[in-house]
Design a protein around this ligand. Structure first.
Ligand SMILES: *Cc1c(COP(=O)(O)O)cnc(C)c1O
Length: 392
């Protein structure tokens, strides 16, 4: 396969014919009630921290994912921060996560004053490897002598507070095995489901395996509220506390300002929720478009002996948020990135591994051979959905 063939294919897939126009990596698509709901919001004057769209969006996400409770937040990062706090993560704890992720996963751990520990990913999911998790827990941790239900890292002496896998680019990781291991070792599971709204594993929505999970509705995600996130959980007490912590811990009262703990202004404004509601109404058609785009890439690569296109596991159903290819050893990542971007096709490399960033260089890592191998070889290709607009 020549890069020029791939460029021509992508430009025709997205019908971008003018040489000066670029094919974005992921553009939002507003084809439904977005303008209607936004105008409604403005007309009502309830654009900010209270309003009916916040409740509506929360109900819609709970219903869509099958989670009992959903709590809207100002960003996916804020949602993740609160998930970890509610999971009981306190300063000088450790959270086991994957090095192949977006920085927000680690930032949320740091906001709790805790330290990430990096274990390996699987090559076929790009997500946390259950084998690496089990190996780490077996060989590097022990039962606490004071509190036998707790696991202590034998090297650092710190408590392991939670396990935080991420469903990379919307491809579900082996979340059933990870859930099982967390049960065995009595560890709280929190899912970073920021990228995986619409992705299921064995028919169950990602984010509903853990005690808590976070979604993101940033502008580049599958659906967007302009900016925003959502916490989901099946635990009534955690859900109530999540709402309290994200809304300054204000006690309900007709006029008094009473707050009963240090909390956050992490609420999602009504105007963002209005946008989110309209987007969620169209999620199914977005997902089917994204699946057909993935199929078109798969056809192209099989015809042109191209790189390996990431696929979902047989038992899972991905949202195909971002299509990802794994380059063969014969293709150099940077020459492909340079060619595609020079031709106006926004291709991007996978993130730099978290343990290579200055803030996380000192963190403990397991053997990261898969993550290291993937970092050199994974590229994302333009993946925006294409659907016809209902609006004039
Ligand atoms: C987007 C993203 C987040 C955070 O979402 P924001 O809404 O941008 O704060 C967290 N984790 C992962 C893996 C993400 O991709």
């Amino acid at each position: 396969m020549h890069n020029t063939q791939l460029i021509a294919f992508i430009r025709s897939l997205y019908n971008v014919t003018n040489d000066n126009d670029v094919v974005p990596l992921h553009a939002p698509l507003f084809a439904g009630n977005e303008k209607t709901y936004l105008c409604d919001c403005i007309d009502s004057t309830y654009v900010s921290s209270v309003g009916p769209y916040v409740d509506k969006f929360e109900h819609m996400v709970a219903e869509y994912t099958g989670a009992r409770y959903a709590i809207a937040t100002a960003s996916g990062t804020a949602a993740l921060h609160i998930c970890l706090k509610l999971a009981g993560v306190v300063p000088e704890d450790e959270v086991i996560t994957q090095p192949l992720t977006f920085i927000a996963t680690c930032n949320a751990i740091s906001y709790c004053g805790a330290h990430p520990v990096f274990i390996d990913v699987d090559r076929d999911t790009l997500g946390m490897s259950p084998a690496s998790l089990r190996e780490f827990l077996r060989t590097q941790t022990r039962q606490s002598s004071q509190t036998p239900t707790e696991r202590i890292n034998t090297t650092t002496g710190r408590r392991i507070a939670a396990v935080l896998p991420m469903h990379t680019f919307g491809f579900p990781c082996r979340i059933d095995e990870i859930t099982q291991i967390c049960h065995e070792f009595n560890l709280v599971l929190v899912e970073d489901a920021a990228e995986s709204l619409g992705s299921t594993y064995s028919g169950q929505h990602t984010g509903t395996f853990g005690t808590l999970a976070a979604f993101s509705f940033n502008g580049n995600k599958t659906i967007t509220s302009g900016g925003g996130g959502m916490i989901i959980t099946n635990d009534a007490a955690l859900a109530k506390h999540a709402k309290h912590l994200t809304t300054t811990a204000k006690l309900p009262h007709a006029y008094e300002f009473d707050h009963d703990e240090i909390a956050y202004n992490y609420r999602m404004p009504n105007i963002n929720a209005a946008l989110g509601c309209a987007q969620l109404e169209n999620l199914d058609s977005l997902l089917s478009s994204k699946r057909s785009i993935a199929l078109a890439y798969a056809d192209f690569f099989s015809m042109h002996l191209g790189p390996h296109l990431m696929r979902e596991l047989p038992q899972s159903h991905a949202n195909f948020w971002l299509n990802a290819v794994i380059l063969p050893d014969t293709v150099t990542r940077d020459s492909m990135l340079t060619d595609l971007n020079a031709a106006g096709v926004m291709a991007r490399p996978i993130w730099r591994l978290m343990n290579q960033l200055p803030m996380y260089r000192e963190c403990q890592t397991a053997d990261l051979c898969n993550a290291t191998w993937l970092e050199q070889r994974v590229l994302n290709l333009p993946s925006s959905a294409i659907i016809k607009s209902k609006q004039p």
